[in-house]
Design a protein around this ligand. Sequence first.
Ligand SMILES: Cc1cc2nc3c(=O)[nH]c(=O)nc-3n(C[C@H](O)[C@H](O)[C@H](O)COP(=O)(O)OP(=O)(O)OC[C@H]3O[C@@H](n4cnc5c(N)ncnc54)[C@H](O)[C@@H]3O)c2cc1C
Length: 484
Amino acid sequence: MEDQPIIVWFTQDLRLADNSCLHSAVSSGHPIIPVYILDDVTPGIFAAGGASRWWLQQSLASLSASIKALGGELIFRRGEASTVLSQLVRQTNAKAVCFSRGYSPWSGEQEAKIAAACDNSGADCKRFSGFLLHEPESIRTGNDGPYKVYTPFSRNCLSRDFRKVPKPVPLKVNFYAGKVAGDSLCDLNLYCPRPDWAARFAERWSPGEAGAQVKLKLFLKHAVAEYHQARDLPAVSGTSRLSPHLHFGEISPLQIWTATRHAMASADYSIDRGGQTFEKELLWREFSYHLLHHWPSLPTEPFKAEFSGFPWRDDAGHLRSWKKGLTGYPIVDAGMRELWATGWMHNRVRMIVASFLVKNLRVAWQQGEQWFYDTLVDADIGANSASWQWVAGCGADAAPYFRIFNPVLQGEKFDRQGTYVREWVPELRNMPSKFVHKPWMAPADLLAGAGVELGTTYPRPIVDLKETREAALAAYKTIRAKNG
Ligand SMILES: Cc1cc2nc3c(=O)[nH]c(=O)nc-3n(C[C@H](O)[C@H](O)[C@H](O)COP(=O)(O)OP(=O)(O)OC[C@H]3O[C@@H](n4cnc5c(N)ncnc54)[C@H](O)[C@@H]3O)c2cc1C
């Protein structure tokens, strides 16, 4: 029957443009019912942290407004997804449920339950591709297995004849005219602004499809040309800051890829090096999900099994100092405070703070992963777990264990003038550049002149870098010995 509706279940695809699932439902001519379900009742599914919930609230408000502008209403529901969807099918006599697939450890089971629920209710279940450029099953090694190493994986991706074109926003949508009961966005209780700990997030971010497009345009206009050099400098706006938009699907990787290729083709000066480096970072995102899809224990278990016997230290005091940005190592503290204030941290600094936690403090990587998951607006189960494992040395294609970042040298190399540190650690604002990354080495009169009293206005280093580096290497030797 022509007027039987199709339920379009929005997942991590909170946009109208280049949304295959929405596009297909609209093209069918059937009326559509757009739905968002907050499934925070199934254990493990919605473990998103506070910063992500802040973002999600804004993103849903934005999607809801875009749907309203087209004459429809985004229905909000809360509960176990297959139960909610089968209720909706029965209530509306829907012909089909369609959605973009997920790649998380729980996605397969969840999608199978939805297919069964549709079957029982006599509705079709249509699953579309999700938030990647390449389906993880489609990229195979010569031996027909999944990749464990990034470079051949990315080569395989780049060698593909890839001619997909992003779909535009549907001009006209036939929405279901019947009444569908739902909750209000407020009822989802995603973010409660008392106290408003995310107050500064809004200064920096505009969640939603329009905000994502603005970020992409600005990046391609002003930053992509220098991306290959500037992407390592935390004081410079040299990266796209698209990660939270990508995570929530407010923009698709295909839209970004296509726009970047277009910019490279039409630039009157060469932006190829920057553009190609940027594409490689997008492929790191693909690689993270390739790993997660094939090794679903990635968020909790070390990819290299020998690391399960690693002698981690359980030091609540050190972990607290790290979280609060009070380690006495300025670049580490700057990163952790940027994270708390803005919900984001520069990639170079993420690597430095993560290395400091897992190698100098020898706190288990899962604890850092959990904190990031709670505080990042781009918290992403694929990128976060693969990156923590990469830094900890236990991941697929990980940095060799002995690569232990020295936060002083890293600071001096990538934040030479200390601009980034001064922004986030204002206690050190007046320190001369020579000592801004190692205030404990500064002569007493210089410290006094800069208004710094170590141990009072700014902490002394909580550990010694040389000693902890040696202890980390010794700890690594123990697992090497155990595993022959
Ligand atoms: C310990 C640690 C934890 C991390 N946790 C996350 C996380 O939870 N969510 C997240 O999106 N990224 C994570 N990253 C990867 C990276 O730091 C961020 O993607 C990047 O800083 C986002 O900023 P951007 O959008 O300006 O990146 P750009 O430099 O502009 O890169 C473009 C896009 O490529 C992707 N990308 C870039 N680098 C990586 C990478 N190393 N791995 C996977 N994808 C990448 C992101 O989607 C990013 O938006 C983590 C890195 C580390 C070292």
